[in-house]
Design a protein around this ligand. Structure first.
Ligand SMILES: Cc1cc2nc3c(=O)[nH]c(=O)nc-3n(C[C@H](O)[C@H](O)[C@H](O)COP(=O)(O)O)c2cc1C
Length: 179
């Protein structure tokens, strides 16, 4: 079982902490093969809507999107983990998702489970968590992928989430839902 973790944060902070907790849980699943992609630092040319990918199934511009799309295609489960930036996912993650377009219909209907983990400074009653969860759910649903969890946490300074034992235990337990 291949599990792809997409980390949308550019820093070593709460999203990394959340993914460490998830990986602890995944380590208890015997056949889980985990791959992590740090969106930050990837060379992704923003989608220019040229539609050339329609005939090539890959972006015509030389960037890292073909390898990332190959990892997405191969995964049985994908976890989108991102901080909140301006009521949305980070630009680093969105650039990568936009390039899913290059795989067009090839991504549709592949059997995949999806989870999302979102970390923001605001309290949990802020609409930002629902906005991002809904967006990720819609992307997955459009592609025919099953969303199995959507979680959000309030944390701001890089080590905040590491001090939230209840959150870490919950995240560790989410791993079982990806099976
Ligand atoms: C450019 C930028 C925009 C942000 N926008 C929001 C926001 O709209 N809402 C929010 O709750 N937190 C916002 N934050 C705070 C981060 O979501 C928060 O610090 C989070 O814990 C960062 O996660 P990380 O430690 O994994 O990078 C923003 C931070 C930055 C740098």
């Amino acid at each position: 079982m291949k599990i792809l973790l997409l980390n949308g944060s550019p820093r070593k902070g709460n999203t990394v902490t959340a993914l460490e907790a998830l990986k602890k849980g995944l380590a208890q699943i015997p056949d889980a093969e985990v791959e992590e992609i740090l969106c930050e630092g990837k060379n992704i040319i923003p989608c220019r809507a040229c539609d050339a990918c329609g005939s090539m199934s890959r972006c015509i511009f030389a960037d890292d999107s073909p390898e990332i799309n190959a990892a997405v295609e191969a995964a049985d489960a994908i976890v989108f983990a991102t901080p909140v930036y301006w009521w949305g996912m980070t630009a680093q993650m969105k650039l990568i998702i936009d390039k899913f377009y290059a795989r067009g219909t090839k991504f549709h209907g592949l059997k995949k489970k999806v989870g999302s983990i979102v970390v923001g400074e605001a309290d949990q009653d802020d609409p930002e968590y629902e906005i991002i969860a809904r967006q990720i759910w819609c992307i997955a649903d459009y592609l025919g992928w099953e969303t199995v969890f959507q979680k959000s946490y309030t944390a701001n300074k890089p080590r905040d989430l590491a001090a939230d034992e209840a959150a870490l235990a919950e995240i560790e337990g989410l791993a079982a839902l990806l099976k």
